[in-house]
Design a protein around this ligand. Structure first.
Ligand code: B4P
Length: 184
């Protein structure tokens, strides 16, 4: 069964690759960013609480994101596997996820660390042009990534769950490598 977590700086290709692979494998693609943006668009209580953080490029408080992940993992489709994209983003979230998985689906996830240099991710995101894709907000998201999310690389390496893939290649080349990894 495929259980994958995508780590990496904003713009490294997490969402892009997670979507392709999940469709290939016919398993859910769970993107906390997509769920938060949908909630913001619908102006649900979660969306209203999250919007300031997302638009500034700050992490949304753990409790809000953890509740939405817990709710998503209570749905039956996750029993056949899943790809998590954008969660966990902090060690506290990783500890939460470990406990949640122990209670529900058991088994460990593999963690794909998609890596790409800052100048590459900035130009990709500026070209995409989402509301939080202005150069100033992107630079802030990169700082947040370095201070809060990058420690997860060592966290998962120590647990022997980590595989690193160079995200600075064509989309097709990255997909090819990931397809290889999921068949191992
Ligand atoms: P996310 O939605 O996770 O956004 P992201 O990190 O910017 O990356 P994304 O996955 O969308 O982009 P990708 O690299 O695929 O997070 C947004 C915000 O939500 C956060 O800032 C935070 O506020 C909040 N949030 C989410 N999860 C949270 C959590 N767990 N805790 C707290 N807050 C949370 O693609 C980018 C662009 O690059 C695309 O245009 C794509 O076409 C292009 N691209 C991809 N691969 C390419 C390649 N190989 N070559 C050329 N271009 C490529």
């Amino acid at each position: 069964m495929t259980r994958l977590i995508f780590l990496g700086p904003p713009g490294s290709g997490k969402g892009t690759q997670a979507q392709i692979l999940a469709a290939d494998l016919n398993i859910p693609h769970i993107s906390t960013g997509d769920i938060l943006r949908h909630a913001m668009q619908e102006q649900t209580p979660l969306g209203i609480k999250a919007q300031g953080y997302v638009n500034r490029g700050d992490l949304v408080p753990d409790q809000l994101v953890q509740e939405l992940v817990e709710e998503r993992f209570s749905q039956p489709d996750v029993k056949s596997g899943w790809i998590l994209d954008g969660f966990p983003r902090k060690v506290t979230q990783a500890v939460f996820l470990e406990q949640l998985l122990a209670q529900t689906h058991g088994g460990e996830a593999r963690v794909v660390n998609l890596d790409a240099p800052d100048d590459v991710v900035v130009s990709r995101l500026v070209a995409r042009g989402r509301k939080d894709d202005t150069e100033e907000v992107i630079r802030h998201r990169l700082d947040v990534y370095r201070t809060q999310t990058a420690p997860l690389i060592d966290y998962y390496r120590d647990r022997q769950q980590l595989v690193t893939v160079n995200g600075h290649q064509s989309q097709e080349a990255v997909t090819e490598q990931l397809r290889h990894i999921v068949t191992l």
